[in-house]
Design a protein around this ligand. Structure first.
Ligand SMILES: [Zn+2]
Length: 366
């Protein structure tokens, strides 16, 4: 499974800042240590260029970001002070999601070990989100005619308000957000489908809602690619969440999304979105489930073969027969099995990526 990562995803933040910026290298190291990923799986992105950014964001907003022109009020709304490294990391993370999307179109499944900054609107950022990486990737792929239709499955505990607003009038992009109804943002934008959940919803209630809506979403979206925002702030005890999922519930959620999307042979890109557990390590551990489940699913799928390939764009990818096949595959998958190195003998051809590039800044002090 190819995953984008760059040392510049991490940057310095003021001491005590609540954003767990250190989760990015921790997640990468964990996935490599477990053998979920090998060094060969890591794709190192370039920053997204201005022309691509302008497909989504306004010139006025980009001018401010380029020139440290955000007012104090705008920085408060963003929740992060402007800096050169913030501007760079935001473009790198967006580049990572675009790179991962290209990999998913090529191989079916990929991820970005960052991204999911869904509170970024065309003309402003908020909620720790500067640029809307998923929207940028979708817009660029659409303009290249690499895709026509896209689906955003946003399961972060907060509504994907920026993404919803950006694509509100774009019929070809289906935005699905399932979130805590009483969580930020207090004023919700209009996704193609919003499912607001009650406070303290548990695993069973959450999974029932997901299983009820996701197949219908896929059928309505008929996507050429899907982006999964696998935010782990749905976890019980999350600093900014109001739901009560256990770690096992998060694993089952991830498994459900991956099995349903990939069981329909739709290319899938997994991005992180939010997570504010008691420590960065805990947050990274929760994020790891999506990638572990994804690799396990693909391995089980490869073992079974005969799975239909990506459908042509004029066919609905989710007819009943195919849904049945997806369910059957899921029921027979064994995602709990210990994951070895699926790439084995070519591992030594790839070196570890360089953590000491000039733009790799010190970690925050949490
Ligand atoms: Zn969130």
């Amino acid at each position: 499974m190819k995953c984008s990562y760059h040392p510049g995803y991490q940057m310095a933040l003021p001491g005590g800042h609540p954003f767990p910026i250190g989760k990015f290298p921790l997640l990468k190291d964990r996935l490599l240590a477990e053998g979920v990923l090998t060094p060969c799986d890591i794709l190192q992105p370039d920053p997204v260029d201005r022309q691509t950014l302008e497909l989504v964001h306004t010139a006025d907003y980009l001018n401010k970001l380029e020139s440290s022109g955000l007012s104090m009020a705008e920085q408060r709304r963003l929740g992060i002070p402007w800096s050169d490294s913030l501007w760079l990391r935001s473009r790198l993370a967006s580049g990572g999601t675009l790179l991962a999307a290209r990999a998913a179109l090529d191989s079916g499944l990929s991820g970005n070990l960052a991204g999911g900054t869904h509170h970024a609107f065309a003309d402003h950022g908020e909620g720790f989100c500067v640029l809307n990486d998923v929207a940028i990737a979708i817009a660029q792929l659409r303009i290249e005619e690499a895709i026509d239709r896209a689906l955003v499955i946003d399961l972060d505990v907060h509504q994907g308000n920026g993404t919803a607003a950006i694509f509100e009038n774009v019929e070809e992009v289906f935005t699905f957000s399932m979130h805590g109804e009483r969580n930020y943002p207090s004023v919700k934008m209009r996704s193609k489908l919003d499912v607001g959940l009650p406070d303290r919803l548990d695993d069973a209630g959450y999974l029932a809602a997901l299983q009820m809506h996701l197949p219908m979403v896929l059928a309505a979206a008929k996507p050429d690619i899907a982006f999964y925002l696998a935010g782990v702030d749905v976890a019980s005890g999350d600093r900014y969440g109001r739901l009560s999922l256990t770690e096992e519930g998060i694993r089952l959620r991830d498994r459900e999304v991956i099995g349903t999307v990939r069981g329909s042979s739709i290319p899938l890109v997994i991005v992180l979105a939010g997570g504010y557990a008691e420590t960065r390590a805990r947050t990274a551990a929760l994020h790891a489930h999506a990638f572990r489940e994804a690799v396990a699913y693909e391995r089980s799928r490869q073992g079974r073969t005969q799975v239909p390939q990506r459908p042509s764009t004029d066919e609905g990818p989710l007819d009943d027969a195919e849904n049945s096949a997806a369910r059957m595959l899921r029921q027979h998958a064994e995602p709990n099995s210990v994951i070895g190195n699926p790439h084995g003998d070519n591992e030594t051809e790839c070196g570890e990526i360089d953590e000491q590039r000039p733009n790799a800044l010190r970690s925050d002090e949490e």
